[in-house]
Design a protein. Structure first.
Length: 584
């Protein structure tokens, strides 16, 4: 099937779909994107010259879709559209600019449409109004009986884009900016200045993420989401010669319309919402009197607010509030210093309250990430062959406000999670490849833990890093409660073992049996051909001798099944050089 062959049917389907999803006055964003794989890396390129924002008020929607469908083959373009109506034409494509939803949706990769519907049913979701075969999975939509209006936020400002020339041979720098309520230009690249979703906008986004979490949908679920337009072709890796696949409508029933409230309960399933609850529970530094270098740094930040140029004033203001929060400056004291400078003097206490709230949220988020280890990344490895340290070490804060017992528990939590130290015969042990050894002293424990955990102290806006202090190492080393939490090795072996249920162990620690197998991966095979090939070179005196040897081999696989003494084996021969040593 060629693109030209598919165009008439595809055009009608695309138009029918869009008219079901949007009202005539709604502004629809169309964005053609080429996607391909280069090496092992996925690449994409937005075809900016063919992006468009149109409505169907004059009945011209079909003409716009046809134009894009004709453009797409030559440019290897996948045709995507914004599921939520845009607030206005160009420059309104970010989540915090969305003010209306006509439907809820989810994108599920690598499933059939039947499997997608089964997942929706299993999650307690109503039957989708629209089901799409995307060519690589399924899209499901639930049309709303009335639009969900995000009316707790004012009209959003437009986001404009500039391309800054950086010299010959260099890519142009992309600069995005908007004008705030004072009319001042604010660059979105600056920290802490991007507008946030309103409460209703955030709730709608949580609902979408909760639905995705329940049915295995794609993690990209923001209000500005783009999805593939049904009736067009999925041209992933077209430049590499991969043939296009049609994106088709499987079901479209406009009579299936639902109240938004039917989906509200899914907001609680949103990982982002759950994370925000945890972040809100993180304590901020206790207010304390500033003096010395801390006071000097805060006063410098206030001075930077006073001299910052337009375009960077919001960033300077956020930085000053963030420094104050981290340093433990009381809110009332910070306002006393900031109220007469820069945008604080112009925007007043309302502007300060908004900036301070963002600074507190950012401080909590940063501390949460450090305490939970959310920012660490690790190199995965075979636990039976290496004990490689993480690419970035886990972090634990040392603070006079954190009880010692809490710090010891955080250390053990990490050791247990990452299988750094085990317990064997009531002693801490470490495994390195096929060797196991004891942890004999607090000093050895400090050296071991330093390869895995970075300890730090938060001081004003700076962070100082250190190793585990000796007093804490000694406290952990002599704490039987923490050591008993370590996974217990009942048997360390370099031979594969059959454990409960006659499971054959895999390399590493087997939680159920307590067996640590430090050898290569093995699998059982049908038949005896490999065993026969191994034993055919040995001259057994009787068939029973061969059977006894096989019993010896099985004994090594069942070591953990014996209670008390283990069986021994003696091999005898009536002359030298029969291969006894090789056999053993």
């Amino acid at each position: 099937m060629t693109d030209s062959d598919n165009a008439p049917d595809g055009l009608d389907d695309a138009t029918r779909f869009l008219r079901a999803l949007f009202e005539p006055q709604d502004i629809i964003c169309f964005r053609p994107i080429e996607t391909w794989t280069e090496g092992a890396k996925k690449q994409s390129k937005v075809i900016h010259s063919d992006m468009t924002w149109v409505s169907d008020q004059n009945g011209t929607l079909k003409v716009h879709v046809l134009r894009m469908m004709k453009m797409a083959p030559a440019k290897h373009a996948n045709l995507f559209f914004g599921v939520a109506p845009r607030f206005n034409h160009k420059h309104f494509d970010l989540a915090w600019q969305v003010r209306k939803l006509n439907a809820l949706w989810s994108d599920i990769d690598h499933v059939s449409t039947d499997e997608a519907l089964a997942r929706c049913n299993g999650a307690g979701l109503p039957v989708p109004s629209i089901v799409i075969n995307s060519g690589n999975g399924a899209h499901v939509y639930w049309l709303l009986d009335s639009p969900y209006m995000i009316d707790d936020a004012s009209a959003p400002p437009a986001v404009l884009t500039e391309f800054i020339d950086q010299g010959p041979g260099k890519k142009k720098k992309v600069l995005k900016w908007f004008k705030d309520e004072t009319g001042e230009r604010v660059e979105l690249t600056a920290k802490g200045v991007a507008p946030k979703l309103s409460n209703k906008g955030q709730f709608a986004q949580d609902v979408l993420q909760g639905i995705a979490a329940k049915i295995g949908g794609d993690a990209t679920h923001d209000l500005s989401r783009l999805l593939r337009l049904p009736g067009t072709m999925n041209r992933k890796d077209a430049r590499g010669g991969k043939p296009p696949v049609p994106c088709t409508i499987v079901e479209l029933d406009q009579s299936r319309r639902y109240a938004f409230d039917q989906f509200s309960s899914f907001a609680a399933q949103s990982p982002d919402a759950q994370r925000r609850v945890k972040i809100a529970a993180v304590p901020l530094p206790q207010p304390k009197k500033l003096f010395g270098k801390r006071l000097e740094k805060f006063e410098d930040a206030v001075a930077r607010c006073a001299i910052a140029e337009q375009g960077s004033r919001s960033e300077a203001d956020f930085a000053a509030c963030a420094l104050a929060v981290r340093s433990g400056v009381a809110k009332v004291d910070a306002w006393a210093k900031l109220q007469f400078v820069g945008k604080f003097a112009e925007g007043g206490e309302r502007y300060f309250e908004r900036t301070w709230a963002r600074a507190e949220e950012k401080a909590r988020e940063q501390k949460f990430e450090v305490l939970s280890g959310a920012t660490k990344t690790r190199t995965k490895s075979n636990p039976a062959t290496t004990n490689t340290a993480p690419t970035e070490r886990h972090s634990i804060e040392l603070s006079p406000f954190v009880p010692v017992s809490t710090t010891l528990r955080q250390i053990t939590d990490y050791l247990v999670q990452e299988r750094v130290i085990y317990r064997r015969a009531e002693q801490g042990v470490v495994v390195d490849g096929d060797r196991i050894g004891p942890v004999l002293s607090p000093q050895q424990f400090i050296g071991l833990i330093s390869a895995h955990i970075e300890f730090y102290k938060q001081e004003s806006e700076s962070v100082s890093h250190t190793t585990l202090p000796a007093n804490l190492a000694n406290a952990w080393f002599h704490n039987p409660h923490e050591q008993k939490r370590l996974p217990c090795i009942a048997l360390f072996t370099r031979n594969p073992q059959f454990v409960q249920g006659w499971r054959l162990t895999q390399p590493g620690f087997d939680e159920d049996s307590g067996v640590y197998y430090a050898g290569p991966a093995v699998a059982a095979r049908e038949g005896t051909q490999h065993l026969d090939a191994m034993l055919e070179g040995f001259c057994f005196k009787k068939p029973a001798d061969r059977t006894n040897l096989i019993g010896m081999l099985l004994t090594t696989l069942c070591t953990g099944k014996f209670i008390g003494s283990k069986p021994g084996v003696i091999a005898t021969g009536n002359q030298p050089s029969l291969g006894k040593t090789t056999l053993m």
